[in-house]
Each structure stands twice: as structure tokens, then as C-alpha cells.
Design a protein around this ligand. Structure first.
Ligand code: ATR
Length: 290
């Protein structure tokens, strides 16, 4: 705090709520480690005020912003430029200051990409099962096909929402890579060796003893399982996958790397694995995750 002066770069996160966001801890730790005079603060912005907030931030010379629920789509109209993948997903979580306004990126998805790389999960030519069809699933479906996944099955309780994502992805990439199924139609998925990514809220604390699919037969199809939930650190979905021999990971590294990627975009630096590991430990400590 004693380093805050006229030249300090100011960054922040807009959302509602933002009180529980881990991003201030993550970003301020990164700034300290990388020796960059930058301070990062939470801004609670009411649901209809996203555009005003972004304009105001630009006028205040705010250097970079994160955007969280419910503003990830609302802010797009205020941007001077947008990364093509973020544009196709229809959601941004990072704003980088440019001439005349901000450019939007989706580092949630860059974060997952980096987590998958770190865990040696290669999507190229891979068959993927995506559980859920909310905002996160939509972004991940685009990532999978962009990374050249062979086939992406999108399973959701409400099949219509899975269909909408599959249609959007197939239209965007001009091929029939994604297919929608109802959550209980997993027996239509043949063979083994799938990467499964869990994006529903089922299993989230405090309902820790639930998973979107219980049947062991489903988990036999999977070699690697990623849950985007990180609280609890080991979800029932991860346990069920491990019980059938799959490797399984939670969403904490995705959260870490969305922040690391944003910090890199703002400051034009590269955060090393060692620095990221230190931030990861600081996050876990703050969140009381072990
Ligand atoms: P996010 O933006 O994090 O993806 P979301 O848009 O609220 O969150 O999406 C929540 C996802 O969890 C949806 O896929 C939802 O399924 P529906 O589309 O059928 O609502 C899924 N979900 C939530 N509660 C569920 C439950 N009890 N059983 C199965 N799926 C559930």
C-alpha cells in the first residue's frame, strides 16, 4: 500500500456480487511478484450499469479490467475491439486499454486452455464430453472445436440449451463437430478415451455429494476428467471418474490462469510457471482450499 503513488497503474473487476472474488488477491500478488506498480480493486456495478462503468473506467484512466457475472456479455457493445474467439463466444472477462477505449478478451477460456496444457490434456483430434450448457459450457465448446477436437458431445438436463450451443459452434466453424444430447442419453456415446469437462453447478459446495451422472458405466468412457468447480477441491464427479481409472482435475488452475492471462495482456509480460505456482498457493490459502 505504501507504494501507491501518482504513477500506480489501477486495475479492477466489475461484477455483482464481487465481494467474494479471489481476483484482487491473485492480481495484487502477481503485481508484487513481478515488481510492477499496479493495484487491483473490486468494483460492485449494478446490473444495468455496465456500460456506464466501462466508460467511467476509461475516463478515470483505469489500466485494465476484469468483468464477471452478470456483465460478461453486456460490456461487449462498449468495446473498441474484441478478440475473435471472445466475439464468437459472446462473452468477455478482460478489458485491455487501447486508443479510444478497451479491447475485450475471454481469458476464462485461455485459463482452461492453459490448465489443459499443464495437465497434458491435448484436445487435438480428441473426443470430448461436455456436461452442462450454460455460459461456461458455451465458451468451452468453442475452445474445444477451435483446438481441433474431433467430436464434442454436449449433454444437458435441458437439451434445447445444448442444441443452441451445438448449432452456434457448428455454424461458426462450418462443420458438424458438436452434438447435443440429453444428460441421460450418455449411453449413445460409444467407445472410450474421452475427455470429460463438467460445467454444471451440480456438486458445488454445499451439495458436495452430488454429480450430474452417477452411473459407473459413463465414467468408464473417460480417460481425463476436468470439473470447473473448485469448491470442493475434489468433487463427486472427479471421484467417480478416478474410481474408473481416469485422471481428474478441478477448476482452480483455470481460475488461476484466467487471471495470469489477464495480467499478461495488461502488462505485456510473461508469468513463469514458478510465479504462477506461488500465486496458486496464495489463492488456496485465501480460499481455505487444501
Ligand atoms: P455457468 O454460466 O456457470 O455455466 P449457468 O449458465 O447457470 O452457469 O448454467 C448452469 C448449468 O448447470 C446448466 O447447464 C444447468 O442445466 P439446465 O440448462 O438444464 O438448467 C446445469 N444444472 C444446474 N442445476 C442442475 C441440476 N440439478 N441437474 C442438472 N443440471 C443442472
Amino acid at each position: 500500500m505504501e507504494n501507491i503513488k501518482g504513477t500506480t497503474k489501477v486495475c479492477g473487476i466489475i461484477g455483482n456480487p464481487v465481494e467474494h472474488s479471489i481476483s484482487p488477491v491473485l492480481q495484487n500478488k502477481l503485481a508484487e511478484l513481478m515488481n510492477i506498480n499496479l493495484v487491483y480493486v473490486p468494483f460492485k456495478v449494478e446490473n444495468n450499469d455496465a456500460a456506464k462503468a466501462v466508460e467511467g473506467a476509461y475516463a478515470l484512466n483505469v489500466f485494465g479490467m476484469n468483468v464477471t457475472v452478470p456483465h460478461k456479455s453486456n460490456v461487449i457493445d462498449t468495446l473498441v475491439d474484441i478478440d475473435p474467439l471472445a466475439q464468437s463466444i459472446g462473452a468477455v472477462n478482460t478489458l485491455v486499454r487501447k486508443e479510444g477505449g478497451y479491447k475485450g478478451y475471454n481469458t476464462d477460456i485461455l485459463g482452461l486452455k492453459r490448465e489443459l496444457e499443464e495437465e497434458n490434456i491435448n484436445l487435438d483430434g480428441q473426443n470430448v464430453i461436455l456436461l452442462g450448457a450454460g455460459g461456461a459450457a458455451r465458451a468451452i465448446a468453442f475452445l474445444c472445436v477451435q483446438e481441433n477436437a474431433h467430436k464434442v458431445y454436449i449433454l444437458n438436463r435441458t437439451i434445447e440449451k445444448a442444441r443452441q450451443i451445438a448449432d452456434a459452434v457448428n455454424k461458426h466453424f462450418g462443420k458438424e463437430a458438436a452434438e447435443a444430447l440429453s444428460m441421460n442419453e450418455y449411453d449413445k456415446i460409444k467407445g472410450t478415451g474421452y475427455v470429460a469437462i463438467q460445467t454444471t453447478s451440480v456438486g458445488l459446495y454445499p451439495a458436495v455429494d452430488t454429480a450430474p451422472i452417477e452411473d459407473a458405466e459413463f465414467y468408464k468412457k473417460i480417460t481425463a476428467a476436468v470439473d470447473i468447480i473448485y469448491n470442493p477441491a475434489t468433487t463427486r464427479f472427479m471421484e467417480l471418474a478416478r474410481a474408473q481409472g481416469a485422471r481428474a482435475f478441478n477448476g482452480l488452475k483455470m481460475l488461476l490462469y484466467q487471471g495470469v492471462s489477464a495480467f499478461e495482456l495488461w502488462n505485456d509480460v510473461k508469468v513463469t510457471k514458478e510465479q504462477a505456482d506461488i500465486v496458486y498457493e496464495a489463492m488456496k490459502k485465501e480460499m481455505d482450499i487444501h
